[in-house]
Design a binder for this molecule. Structure first.
Ligand code: UD1
Length: 421
C-alpha cells in the first residue's frame, strides 16, 4: 500500500491542467451499454474508479481499448450477461449506473446493492423507484436488485429524495428512458454538469433529451442509439481541490480547462474569505496572500456548494481567522477527516451533521490515515501547509479520483512524494 509524504510550507505557483471529470465519465461509460455502434470518448481520466467501471463493462460484454491519442474506444460485443456482482459494486458505488442501461437494452438487470461506505449510508431507493415507474418489476434476491421490463414506457416521475435530488438515480432514470416508448418527464432531476454532459453524449448518439442542466428533464424515447465521438467535461472537483491548494499555501495557480461557471458556489465562498479568483484565458486563476476570514458553508445539490469539496475547504478553514461552521446535509456522516485534521493541530468540533472549525495559526505535520477519496485530498492539502512532514497512508483512496495528483502538485512547487510499501 503506497503512502504520501508531504513537507509543508511551499507556496504553489504555476499552471495545472485539469483532467476530465470522473463523475461525468463513469455514467457515460455505463451509457455505452445502450449503443449499437462504437463509442469514442476523449478526456477520460486514468483513475482507479474508471478502471473499475471498465472491468465491470468488460464482464458485461463490452470490448474497450485505450488508443495512442489517449482516447477510449468501446463497443458492445455480447449482451448475455446482465449481472453486476457485489465484488465490483461494493468497491465502487457508481457501478450502480449500469442498472438503467442494462434494463433498457437487455430487458433485465441484476445489480448488487452497494451497501454503506466510509461517507455513510447510501440508499438506492430512488434508482429502483425510477425503474419501476418506467414499468419494470423489481425484486431483491441474495442482496441483488433484480429488475425486469420487457417494454419500458415513458412516464412522469419525481426524483427528489429526503436529501434533494440524486445524481446517479437521475442518470439511471434518463438512460433507461432513452429507449422507453414515449415521453418521460423527470421532475426534481439532478442539475449537475456531469448529468448535462451525459445527456449531451446520449443526444450525440441519437437520443432525444431536453432540459438537462435544469430540474425538469424531458426524454422522448427512441428505438436505438448509435455511437458517437464525445469529449468529457473537465473535473470541477479536481479544479476546486487545486483552488484550495493555491489558497492554503498563499500561492497562485492557473487551472487550465477549469470552468468557473461549474464552481459558482465554491467561488462565492472563496471570495468571501479573501481568496482572489479570476477567469483567465485558459481557465481559472486563483491566488491568495493573507490570512483568510472564516465563513459558513452548507452543502447542497448543484448549483449549491458540493459535498465533494466539503473536506478540502474544511482543511482551508482550519487556518481561518475565526470560527467557521460547515454543515453537510447531503452526507451527514461525511466527517472522517475531522479527527485526522485534529491530529495535525486543527481545532474542529462535530455536532451531528455540522462541524465548528475554530481557526488556528498553524497546522503541524503528523502521520494520518485516508478514509475516503475526498478526505484524503483534504489531508494532502493540510500537509501542504503543515509545519514538518505529513505521512498520509492508504494512498489508494486518492488514486480513485485524482489523476497523478503528486505529479501535478510537485509541478507547481509542492514537496510531495509517493512512497511504495
Ligand atoms: C454522486 C457523486 C458523488 C457525490 C454525490 C453528491 C457520482 C459518480 N458520484 O453520488 O461523488 O458525492 O453525487 O453530490 O456522480 N439518496 C437517496 N436515495 C437514493 C439515492 C440517493 O436517499 O436512491 C440520497 C443520498 O443518501 C444522499 C443524496 O440522496 O443524501 C444525494 O446522493 P446522490 O446524488 O444519489 O449521490 P450519488 O449519485 O451516489
Amino acid at each position: 500500500m503506497d503512502h504520501f509524504e508531504i513537507s509543508g510550507g511551499n507556496r504553489l505557483k504555476g499552471a495545472v491542467d485539469i483532467s476530465g471529470a470522473k463523475n461525468a465519465a463513469l455514467p457515460i461509460l455505463a451509457a455505452s451499454l445502450l449503443c449499437e455502434e462504437e463509442v469514442v470518448l476523449r478526456n477520460v481520466p486514468r483513475l482507479r474508479d474508471i478502471q473499475a467501471m471498465l472491468t465491470l463493462l468488460q464482464r458485461l460484454g463490452v470490448a474497450y481499448s485505450w488508443e495512442d491519442d489517449g482516447s477510449l474506444k468501446l463497443r458492445v460485443e455480447d449482451e448475455m450477461n446482465c449481472h453486476a456482482e457485489y465484488e465490483l459494486v461494493s468497491k465502487m458505488r457508481a457501478s450502480v449506473c449500469v442498472l438503467g442501461p442494462l434494463l433498457a437494452k437487455r430487458k433485465r438487470a441484476q445489480v448488487a446493492m452497494p451497501g454503506g461506505c466510509a461517507i455513510g449510508s447510501r440508499p438506492v431507493d430512488l434508482h429502483v423507484m425510477a425503474m419501476e415507474a418506467l414499468g419494470a418489476d423489481s425484486d431483491l434476491v441474495n442482496g441483488d436488485m433484480m429488475l425486469r421490463g420487457k417494454k419500458l414506457r415513458g412516464t412522469e416521475m419525481f426524483l427528489g429524495g429526503a436529501f434533494g435530488s440524486s445524481v446517479t438515480a437521475t442518470a439511471n432514470a434518463l438512460m433507461a428512458a432513452t429507449l422507453a416508448e414515449g415521453r418521460t418527464v423527470i421532475e426534481s432531476a439532478a442539475c449537475e454538469p456531469e448529468i448535462a454532459d451525459l445527456c449531451d453524449f446520449l443526444n450525440a448518439c441519437g437520443a432525444q433529451i431536453g432540459g438537462h442542466g435544469t430540474p425538469r428533464i424531458l426524454i422522448d424515447g427512441v428505438a436505438s442509439l448509435k455511437g458517437c465521438d464525445h469529449s468529457v467535461i473537465t473535473d470541477r472537483i479536481e479544479a476546486g481541490t487545486f483552488m484550495v491548494a493555491a489558497a492554503i499555501t498563499n500561492g497562485e495557480l492557473t487551472l487550465n480547462g477549469a470552468r468557473l461557471e461549474h464552481l459558482i458556489a465554491v467561488v462565492d465562498r472563496l471570495r468571501r474569505i479573501g481568496v482572489n479568483v479570476e477567469r483567465g484565458e485558459k481557465g481559472v486563476v486563483i491566488s491568495s496572500s493573507r490570512r483568510l476570514d472564516p465563513v459558513d458553508i452548507t452543502t447542497q445539490p448543484y448549483p449549491g456548494f458540493p459535498t465533494d469539496l466539503q473536506a478540502q475547504v474544511m482543511a482551508l478553514l482550519c487556518l481561518g481567522d475565526g470560527n467557521s461552521v460547515i454543515t453537510d446535509k447531503i452526507f451527514p456522516d461525511r466527517f472522517m477527516h475531522v479527527a485526522e485534521l485534529n491530529r495535525m493541530g486543527a481545532s474542529i468540533r462535530r455536532e451531528g451533521a455540522t462541524v465548528i472549525v475554530h481557526g488556528v495559526k498553524r497546522l503541524i505535520g503528523a502521520p494520518v490515515m485516508a478514509s475516503d477519496l475526498r478526505a484524503s485530498a483534504a489531508l494532502i492539502l493540510a500537509g501542504l501547509i503543515a509545519k514538518g512532514t505529513t505521512k498520509m497512508s492508504r494512498a489508494y483512496h486518492i488514486d480513485r479520483g485524482y489523476e497523478r495528483i503528486e505529479e501535478k502538485l510537485a509541478g507547481v512547487g509542492a514537496d510531495i512524494r509517493r512512497v511504495a510499501e
